[in-house]
Design a protein around this ligand. Structure first.
Ligand SMILES: [Zn+2]
Length: 142
């Protein structure tokens, strides 16, 4: 089965074991800003002194909303859903902030909730390939 990342350079390259996949990002060596995915310059200060990093696999919910429409292509949905919860999450270890779905519909979800990153199968692209993506799960552990 062909597996492809949801976006080039945002996941560690070996997609064969979902539990071993990490989110990739970029850190600025001048202002310490972190960005999701690859970048040749800092989005905050425009410095070109940046380096690739592994992002944390947990974070804190900053805000969230319920969406009742599908995401715009090429992003697909993991399952047929009438609604889904999308959250802005600040990843641990100094960011960055990322936006992704939170699975389930827990009444425990709130601003400041701790979540963990889950990587797994998303949707099929136009060529029938399995897109690998990430989402969040409420983290009940202390
Ligand atoms: Zn910077």
């Amino acid at each position: 089965m062909d597996l492809i990342p949801f976006a080039a350079g945002f996941l560690t390259p070996d997609l064969s074991s979902f539990s071993n996949i990490r989110l990739l990002g970029t850190r600025c060596m001048d202002c310490d800003a972190a960005m999701a995915g690859p970048s040749r310059h800092c989005a905050r200060c425009l410095s070109r002194r940046v380096r690739p990093i592994h992002l944390a696999n947990r974070g804190t919910v900053l805000s969230f909303e319920t969406q009742r429409h599908p995401p715009p292509p090429p992003i697909g949905m993991r399952a047929s859903q009438e609604r889904r919860i999308i959250a802005s999450v600040e990843l641990s270890d100094r960011g960055p902030r990322v936006v992704a779905e939170i699975e389930g519909d827990s009444p425990a979800l709130g601003i400041g909730s701790e979540v963990k990153v889950i990587v797994g199968p998303g949707w099929r692209d136009a060529f029938g390939r399995q897109v690998v993506t990430y989402w969040f799960r409420l983290d009940a552990s202390p």
